[in-house]
Design a protein around this ligand. Structure first.
Ligand SMILES: Cc1cc2nc3c(=O)[nH]c(=O)nc-3n(C[C@H](O)[C@H](O)[C@H](O)COP(=O)(O)OP(=O)(O)OC[C@H]3O[C@@H](n4cnc5c(N)ncnc54)[C@H](O)[C@@H]3O)c2cc1C
Length: 456
């Protein structure tokens, strides 16, 4: 499509990042600590993407086992430290599920991202949506829309697609697999938060175990028309508040305008079915009410770009390591999809023996390009591998690797595929990234993060 007749303004940058989710914001911070101009564009009015639109727990920093290891560091640590300084995190130890989570206040996280982005010197455009790519190459021209400014372009020497949906790659005709093509797409979730929850009463009545039983009973007896028989509700940083991952919406396409519209409506409907259930059935929730729904329905997967390397289930389950690995992951495959009875279920498959695998550089470099990286939930992986490697500690790690790779590629006038991997790995390690499998067992029993640093 040609936009030239309606372009209101033009901008130039060195490194352009599309989407300010956990991957894009981290990429921007990493890239901006250089001599190059970095521009970050986000369609909403705040940074963080899924991390602030709907969630409150970073998973993936720790491996899930009786002897957890801390496997992510660098800028992700800086983010958590900033939250810890203002008392806005606590650790939620877990030996099952995705492992110990780092719970945070998502509203505070929006400000932390803002501050770190501005401090790094990133040029920010909020309320701005990528709507086209006019030219791909040494100087890539992207077209954006802001409702007041109209259409405008940014010309960039390097581009990092961190849009979650691989919108840049889509508009630039870069190849990808669409979720649902080869394996059922993961379901979508509207998260909701409730206030006025009496945690003591809830815990005394049996806590998590009791909730699980009550939910399964309501589902099987049909006393409340729940979409599934299990789901999580956990304490937040804010007193007497809980956050949920309970709603499940399946069989709708989030990349289709009619599909996403129906999904948003269905997600809200299910949220209030859950509210009725909690108030009627769960001790401690009698006077609780929903105080917020996620900014939009949570979308787990849409497009996964074909990269120079495609991470596979075997790589994860065989705990493979790679000479060009740029970060680590130990999370299980966590696949949210329809179960045999038609309700949505979560299927888990753990890396054997608390194993940890490495993720190679080629997973963030699209096959057909020289000046583009793709990070976050649209990176190059099969459905199963993606279901393991999409927690936010990992998406932040991809971001910091891509940001630094873009800087290296500009500095040496090399293309994305030919950067010096050793140099990239060295600069990641200098930043604090963990690239070698650690031996030390992490102490996840503490409340704070900075305190943990010396112990890990
Ligand atoms: C319901 C749900 C629960 C989850 N639970 C957890 C959890 O508890 N812990 C955990 O660690 N992980 C969890 N995950 C996984 C994890 O949150 C995501 O994989 C991760 O946040 C993806 O980060 P991202 O930066 O790739 O994408 P996103 O966070 O989706 O960011 C993409 C950004 O790009 C912007 N954007 C998109 N298109 C455009 C465009 N055309 N122009 C401009 N901007 C654009 C978006 O607005 C957004 O800000 C969950 C995911 C979901 C959906």
């Amino acid at each position: 499509m040609t936009f030239s007749s309606v372009i209101a303004k033009t901008y130039q940058t060195d490194i352009l990042i599309i989407g300010s989710g956990s991957a894009g914001s981290t990429a921007a911070i990493a890239a901006a600590n250089s001599k190059y101009k970095v521009t970050l564009v986000e369609r909403y009015g705040f940074p963080g993407g899924t991390s602030t639109q709907m969630l409150d727990t970073f998973y993936g920093f720790f491996t899930p086992s009786d002897s957890p290891k801390k496997i992510v560091g660098g800028i992700p640590d800086t983010i958590v430290n900033a939250l810890d300084t203002s008392g806005d995190i606590f650790l939620r130890p877990n030996t099952y599920g995705a492992g110990t989570g780092v719970n945070y206040n998502p509203e505070k996280l929006k400000q932390v991202w803002d501050k770190l982005l501005l401090k790094s010197g990133v040029e920010l455009f909020y309320h701005t949506t990528l709507v086209g790519v006019e030219k791909l190459g040494a100087q890539t021209v992207c077209v954006f829309f802001h409702k007041g400014t109209g259409f405008f372009t940014i010309t960039a020497k390097r581009v990092i697609d961190a849009s979650g949906d691989a919108d840049f790659c889509h508009w630039a005709d870069i190849g990808y697999e669409k979720a649902g093509e080869k394996a059922p797409a993961q379901s979508m979730t509207t998260t909701f938060r409730m206030s006025n929850v009496e945690h003591d009463i809830y815990e005394a009545a049996g806590g998590k175990k009791m909730l699980k039983e009550k939910m399964a009973e309501a589902y099987s007896k049909g006393t409340h028309p729940l979409s599934r028989k299990e789901g999580s509700a956990h304490e937040m940083c804010q007193p007497k508040c809980i956050s949920t991952v309970a709603v499940k919406v399946t069989d709708l396409d989030p990349l289709d305008v009619e599909g996403i519209t129906k999904a948003e409506i269905e997600g809200r409907r299910q949220s209030f079915v859950f509210e009725d259930f909690f108030r009627a059935e769960v001790p401690g929730y009698e006077n609780a009410k929903i105080i917020g729904l996620s900014h939009q329905i949570g979308v787990r997967e849409t497009r996964r770009v074909y990269g120079n390397y495609r991470l596979t289930k075997e790589d994860c389950m065989q705990a493979k390591t790679f000479a060009d690995q740029i970060f680590l992951c130990g999370a299980p495959i966590e696949d949210h999809r329809k179960g045999p009875d038609g309700g949505s279920e979560t299927f888990w498959q753990y890396v054997p023996n608390g194993g940890i695998y490495g993720v190679p550089y080629g997973t963030i470099v699209p096959k057909e390009t020289q000046t583009v990286w793709v990070v976050g939930r649209c990176f190059s992986a099969t459905h199963d591998a993606h279901a393991s490697c999409r927690s936010m500690a990992q998406t932040m790690s991809m971001g910091q690797a891509a940001g630094m790779a873009a800087v290296l590629s500009l500095g040496h006038d090399s293309d994305a595929k030919n950067i010096d991997i050793k140099k990239l790995q060295d600069s990641l390690v200098r930043l604090g990234a963990v690239l070698e499998l650690p031996d030390a067992i992490a102490d996840t029993s503490r409340n704070g993060w900075a305190n943990n640093q010396g112990l890990l």
